[in-house]
Design a protein around this ligand. Structure first.
Ligand SMILES: [Zn+2]
Length: 320
């Protein structure tokens, strides 16, 4: 049983901005911070333990040291650590993209597929994103529209507001639009099939690679319904409010609004991730107490028991 603070791995992708450094207490030498990987064992960017006797250890090595019980019975059922959590600052538009499901990704990419969800932390006036198609299209039409740069005409553009929740099942064509800051909870995967990049070039002056054939294999070309709110009702208790945001085979996430104090039971079924998205306070288990503030990421092993969050803050709880 243990609870630690994590430091993220940073990514300076070309569409990123500086809000994670300015508004989310992120410390990085990079000029641009597009993403911070707050709970990650992925080889492309691991989080680092930042408290306790294992401070400085890569998060993957730390979990190895603790053994599979740390993940809980549901978490340990996965061959690899199941989830990855990021902050994303989209100063520019992200490419139009799609991710494969588990079956396709394991077969073709030898890693997990990518179902993901987004909690909108901040959105500039008029910000929007693309979420699936706005009408049924065929694979042939999909390919044609990629090739003649008219794909945007058949994508559903959705206005975005602070607090919205998007569930992006693998196969959903999507793109985060400019002026949005997101917390993303996703399967532990870095497989993205890019289909349109707004005619941009990368740092090397060349267009970034597209992955059209694979995208056509995996894309859902039927429009989707969603109301972009937490899937559960808001429940009010003494000292806090909570709502379930999304639940799927890979993760279940909740948004907590703490006014004075709340208690979360971290049982033997799953580890827990606490990502602080606003405010500050403290987090306590039976043997550990850590201060927390906006931007922090806290990991508690399965079986940690009662975890108390005190203060005035908002956090995302993620479990398997
Ligand atoms: Zn994505």
């Amino acid at each position: 049983m243990a609870m630690v603070r994590l430091l993220p791995a940073f990514k300076d992708y070309l569409w990123g901005g500086t809000k994670l450094k300015e508004n989310y207490n992120k410390k990085s030498d990079l000029d641009i911070v597009a993403e911070s990987w707050e709970l990650s064992t992925h080889k492309d960017g691991q989080s680092i333990v930042d408290s306790g006797e294992d401070q400085g250890m890569l998060f993957g090595d730390y979990l190895q040291k603790l053994g599979k019980e740390a993940l809980g019975t549901k978490g340990a059922a996965f061959e690899n650590f199941p989830i990855l959590i990021k902050f994303i600052d989209a100063k520019g538009n992200l490419s139009i993209q799609v991710h494969p499901n588990n079956e396709y990704a394991m077969r073709v990419e030898k890693e997990y597929g990518k179902t993901e969800m987004w909690y909108i932390l901040d959105a500039e006036e008029g910000a929007s994103l693309y979420y699936g198609t706005n009408k049924e299209i065929t694979k042939e039409e999909f390919r044609e529209r990629i090739e003649n740069n008219t794909l945007l005409d058949v994508l559903k553009s959705v206005p975005v507001h602070k607090g919205d929740v998007f569930f992006i099942e693998a196969g959903t064509i999507h793109a985060i639009g400019e002026g949005i800051v997101i917390c993303e909870i996703q399967q532990n995967s870095n497989t993205t099939y890019r289909v349109y990049d707004f005619g941009r070039v990368g740092a090397d002056g060349k267009p970034r690679e597209l992955h059209i054939d694979k995208a056509i294999d995996v894309s859902n070309l039927t429009p989707l319904e969603s109301d972009f709110k937490p899937c559960g009702e808001v429940k009010t208790y003494d000292g806090y409010q909570v709502a379930m945001m999304a639940s799927c085979d890979y993760f279940t996430t909740y948004i907590y609004e703490v006014k004075s104090e709340c208690s979360v039971k971290v049982d033997e079924e799953s580890f827990a991730s606490f990502v602080i998205v606003d405010g500050e306070g403290t987090i306590e288990s039976d043997d550990t107490m850590l201060s927390i503030r906006k931007g922090d990421s806290i990991f508690a092993t399965a079986g940690t028991g009662s975890v108390r969050v005190k203060g005035n803050c908002r956090f995302i709880l993620s479990r398997v």
